[in-house]
Ligand binder design. Structure first.
Ligand code: HEC
Ligand code: HEC
Ligand code: HEC
Ligand code: HEC
Ligand code: HEC
Length: 341
């Protein structure tokens, strides 16, 4: 064997030994995170933290509407989901339980991500990757992507069941695809944690289409159509206080000489989409299933020559003066259209 070959083999052996040594001694693990507050996560995940801070999850303990309805959480039943223990401690598929500490952080990073090692009890986080050396000890957990995970808090009014019965479920488009979309459509940039919902008018606009035409059965009347094209569940869904109302008013007469005829006049109520509170047994459930189209006829004589029609969305159910509702002040305009002969 010549000398060059021997040197080559020795070099190869050395390289192998070095590689093995490196494999056996990976980069030292970062000191573990102290899981006593979600503020700890801000240091290393500032972008996610800012999005979450802007979400209603972060406000679920301080939200003035929740405070008012729960009598400042004197009704302790309300603490369960508004300041919950970690989802993975109660388990996906089970309703969450209330926690005693750091309630002001609401539905926070720790509630959604904290997991514990089955053998040692050491804390870590549920994520999409295994990184045993990272400070928060992330582990890949498929459960994090499942609608049943959101359902531990979001199925008391059947939102997950509505989704499961929809074509979105068949197509595999789940809660996070619409409410936590990929940042910049890039699978490597993670998901938007601002979790937009009914408070976001743009999202509400994307849920439904409003159309109107002459009624083929009775050409003096109009028929309006509202179609749920973009919500992966009923519209509205979850919180039973949410309502969407169709209003109309006669078109202002062209060339009107009378001052009254030149004003659009007040909006008149026509139809409501809502899942009523349990005690409102006299009100039918009229929320619109995913993919469903509701037809509402408008046959008032004053509408025959033309009308303005509008769909308004309301976060709280009742108008101050039910006989003279003022949707422009008390609700938010979703879509409108003009019906002209
Ligand atoms: C000292 C820095 C540090 C702190 C503090 C920290 N993390 Fe992490 N975290 C990391 C690093 C590093 C990774 C791995 C990122 C990678 O390799 O892409 C990570 C990954 C994650 C992942 C998985 C990411 C994925 O792509 O699936 C989650 C979830 C996560 N962290 C949540 C948290 C939460 C919740 C907290 C607060 C309790 C927290 N982290 C605190 C450094 C930190
Ligand atoms: C099973 C979990 C759960 C329990 C228990 C619960 N909530 Fe909620 N709450 C939610 C979820 C989820 C939402 C968000 C739903 C939505 O936006 O439609 C919410 C939203 C709300 C809102 C609307 C907040 C807003 O900004 O518009 C109010 C008000 C509210 N809850 C009050 C209460 C009160 C009062 C109680 C106790 C009687 C209570 N909640 C108990 C899960 C729960
Ligand atoms: C309502 C539950 C919920 C809350 C609150 C929440 N997360 Fe997440 N987080 C998720 C889900 C769901 C995913 C996406 C999992 C997937 O893509 O499979 C995720 C993904 C992540 C990831 C992976 C990378 C990315 O950006 O998507 C990190 C890191 C992370 N969360 C950190 C945090 C931190 C830090 C906080 C608090 C500031 C937080 N999360 C709050 C549910 C939550
Ligand atoms: C631990 C309980 C819990 C979990 C898990 C949870 N949420 Fe929530 N979510 C809430 C509560 C409570 C609110 C209402 C906060 C408020 O307005 O006071 C809420 C509000 C919302 C809203 C409404 C925002 C708005 O504009 O009113 C959306 C959308 C939402 N969550 C989506 C999700 C999705 C998607 C998941 C699953 C990835 C999820 N949530 C997981 C408790 C939870
Ligand atoms: C195809 C997209 C899509 C999917 C899938 C989807 N949503 Fe929505 N979601 C919407 C749209 C659009 C709205 C606004 C209109 C409405 O309230 O129905 C909304 C509204 C909401 C709200 C706010 C209701 C309120 O009162 O403020 C909650 C909570 C919610 N979704 C939870 C979920 C959960 C939980 C899942 C999974 C089971 C889910 N969504 C799946 C599109 C989607």
């Amino acid at each position: 064997m010549d000398l060059r070959r021997v040197t080559g083999l020795v070099a190869l052996a050395l390289a192998l030994w070095l590689a093995l040594a490196l494999l056996n001694h990976p980069a030292p693990a970062a000191p573990p995170v102290n899981f006593d507050s979600s503020n700890r996560c801000a240091e290393c995940h500032p972008a996610v933290f800012d999005e979450w801070k802007s979400s209603w999850h972060a406000r679920s303990w301080d939200d003035p509407d929740v405070r008012a309805l729960s009598n400042d959480f004197a009704n302790t039943d309300c603490i369960d989901c508004h300041a919950p223990r970690p989802v993975f401690s109660t388990g996906v598929g089970k309703r969450v339980l209330p926690r005693a500490a750091r309630r002001s952080e609401g539905v926070d990073c720790i509630a959604c991500h904290l997991i514990r090692d089955a053998d040692t009890g050491a804390p870590g986080v549920a994520g999409t990757i295994d990184r045993p050396g990272a400070a928060c000890r992330p582990r890949a957990m498929l459960d994090l992507q499942r609608p049943d995970y959101c359902g531990v808090c979001h199925d008391q009014h059947k939102t997950v069941r509505q989704w499961r019965a929809s074509s979105w479920a068949e197509r595999g488009i789940g809660c996070i695809d619409c409410h936590m979309p990929l940042r910049n459509d890039d699978p490597n940039q993670g998901r938007d944690h601002s979790c937009r919902g009914g408070h976001d008018l743009e999202l509400v606009r994307s849920a439904v289409e409003l159309r109107g035409k002459r009624d083929p059965q009775n050409p003096l009347n109009w028929v309006l159509e509202v179609e749920n094209v973009g919500a992966g569940h009923h519209f509205p869904t979850d919180e039973r206080s949410r309502a969407a109302d169709l209003f109309w008013r006669p078109l202002v007469a062209v060339g009107a000489t009378n001052a009254d005829d030149a004003q659009p006049g007040p909006w008149r109520h026509l139809y409501r989409f809502r899942d009523p509170y349990r005690h409102e047994t006299d009100i039918p459930a009229t929320h619109l299933a995913a993919g469903e189209t509701r037809r509402v006829s408008l046959g008032e004589e004053e509408a025959r020559a033309g009308a303005e029609v509008a769909l308004f969305y309301k976060l709280t159910p009742y108008y101050e003066n039910p006989d003279h509702p003022d949707p422009e002040r008390e609700a938010r305009l979703v879509h409108s259209l003009t019906l002209k002969p």
